[in-house]
Design a protein around this ligand. Structure first.
Ligand code: HEC
Length: 117
């Protein structure tokens, strides 16, 4: 009985760890996916047109949140609701990781890899 409980717990923990690994965005994959966004937001997220917000250097969490909000319709903008509709959670994570790793709005881009001091 006790052993089974441990197994269940272990499975749950593993699931959590794997889940968070999968949810972490891959900036390299994101760069490829961002081709669909470049016309408006610029190739690296530094849009030169004021109408289109700069995505480069924004916080990854914020970008993910914004894209999910367009997808659910919580944030309403006809262009972006259409753009986000077909994005999977993985696409969103990858795109957010890519733009967050670019130099832009804030001058401290998120490191794509952990650097040793
Ligand atoms: C046709 C032009 C166009 C394309 C293509 C486009 N966007 Fe946008 N995007 C906009 C506009 C306009 C806004 C501002 C909308 C608003 O005010 O909510 C915006 C806003 C955003 C925001 C919110 C930024 C902020 O600071 O809150 C994100 C994130 C975003 N876009 C990501 C993307 C991604 C990722 C793609 C590609 C999958 C993409 N966009 C493609 C026009 C575009």
């Amino acid at each position: 009985m006790n052993r089974n409980r441990h197994r269940v717990l272990l499975a749950l923990l593993l699931g959590l760890v794997m889940g968070s690994v999968q949810a972490a965005g891959d900036p390299v994959a994101g760069q490829k996916k961002a081709q669909a966004c470049a016309a408006c937001h610029g190739a690296d997220g530094n849009s030169t047109v004021p109408l289109y917000p700069k995505l480069a250097g924004q916080y990854r969490d914020y970008l993910e949140h914004a894209l999910k909000a367009y997808k659910t319709g919580e944030r309403k903008n006809p262009i972006m609701v259409g753009m986000a509709a077909s994005l999977s959670d993985q696409d969103i994570a990858d795109l957010a990781a890519w733009y967050a790793s670019q130099k832009g709005l804030y001058d401290t881009p998120e490191p794509t890899a952990v650097k040793k001091p």
